[in-house]
Ligand binder design. Sequence first.
Ligand SMILES: *[C@@H]1O[C@H](CO)[C@@H](O)[C@H](O)[C@H]1NC(C)=O
Ligand SMILES: *[C@@H]1O[C@H](CO)[C@@H](O)[C@H](O)[C@H]1NC(C)=O
Ligand SMILES: *[C@@H]1O[C@H](CO)[C@@H](O)[C@H](O)[C@H]1NC(C)=O
Ligand SMILES: *[C@@H]1O[C@H](CO)[C@@H](O)[C@H](O)[C@H]1NC(C)=O
Length: 350
Amino acid sequence: MDSHNQLFILLCVSLLLLSGQMGLQVEAGRHHLHHPSRELFIFGDSYVDTGNTPKSQAGSWKQPYGITFPRKPAGRFSDGRVLSDFIAKTLGLRSPIPYKFRKIVPKHYLKYGMNFAYGGTGVFDTSTSGPNMTAQIDSFNQLIQENVYTPSDLSKSIAYVSVSGNDYNFYLATNGSLPGFPSFIASVVKQTTADLIHLQSIGFKRIVVGALQPLGCLPLATAQTSFQSCNSTFNDLVTLHNNLLNQSVTKLNQESNDHNTFTILDLFDGFRTVLNNPSSHNIKERLKPCCFGVSSEYNCGSVDENNVKKYLVCENPESTFFWDRLHPTQAGWNAVYSELEKKDLYKLLY
Ligand SMILES: *[C@@H]1O[C@H](CO)[C@@H](O)[C@H](O)[C@H]1NC(C)=O
Ligand SMILES: *[C@@H]1O[C@H](CO)[C@@H](O)[C@H](O)[C@H]1NC(C)=O
Ligand SMILES: *[C@@H]1O[C@H](CO)[C@@H](O)[C@H](O)[C@H]1NC(C)=O
Ligand SMILES: *[C@@H]1O[C@H](CO)[C@@H](O)[C@H](O)[C@H]1NC(C)=O
């Protein structure tokens, strides 16, 4: 990103702050104040981005994103809170500040950690100009060089790594060969593994990586069946990804001094459990997204040259699992997260 861009971002951010639009979560954590020194660092993509993607590039800064929380667009790719907000809450922390805002927020916000995630990115370069995983980790490393964070901060902290499929979307868009998929999956998992090792070498003792969610159930994939059924071809590929990731992480732990540095947050299981039994979470709309373009050339948030809306929004995002073509609603995340909590999420993060 060049300095002109950074200046532009800074300007946008200043304006935002003035108009009080930042969706900072202030209420989380009231009940868990007994772990004040622990910090959360987030790396990855739109499933955890809370505002790094610039306004000029992201739908997440447009209406109707953020209508549930914070009731206006604030850079989250949902109607409300996203996965990283829920993880922070479990840890009793304020959702960590987006890297982009680090120089303009009150300094004490930095003690909750930082969020480096950037919508659209992957472990490799994708179509977005956002920093890939390597570059995000390098930004973090730079802050250590600058003593913003110290190695002793890190020994108690948690790194969460979100790899939600942008590499695969980019692969489909640019190559698309189904026979070529398995070897590409192996290379994505290999690069993810290198990123995990990199985080460990920087000093993290707890590193959590998300399993890939069932991509074949995302509205992007189910649109061809009018949102009736998941695409099993894609879900089989996801299973391959997750199995390779499991093998890789198991091996990393065997090779580490402390045998449980690395853990996998099983988002696949979380999504599947909720989608198999949505009514137990008061979800009525299972696969059809809440917000979608009026035709296939438009997305949630699209407007035409006259600023006329080219999307529709459902009435009840709180009973709809998916927000847009790729992302769950806050209610969707809440349901997935509560399933993960049932399966000892707490232990996994501690
Ligand atoms: C990530 O981005 C950096 C900086 O643009 C680039 O040099 C590097 O090759 C990329 N890494 C991968 C694994 O794609
Ligand atoms: C695209 O697919 C072909 C056929 O499977 C494969 O040989 C090639 O390596 C792939 N290219 C990339 C960039 O993944
Ligand atoms: C899944 O999607 C692919 C690509 O659009 C399509 O070729 C395939 O038929 C679909 N498979 C199923 C089981 O729906
Ligand atoms: C890998 O999968 C097995 C079987 O499901 C599971 O018991 C184990 O905890 C997984 N390993 C990791 C690192 O998640």
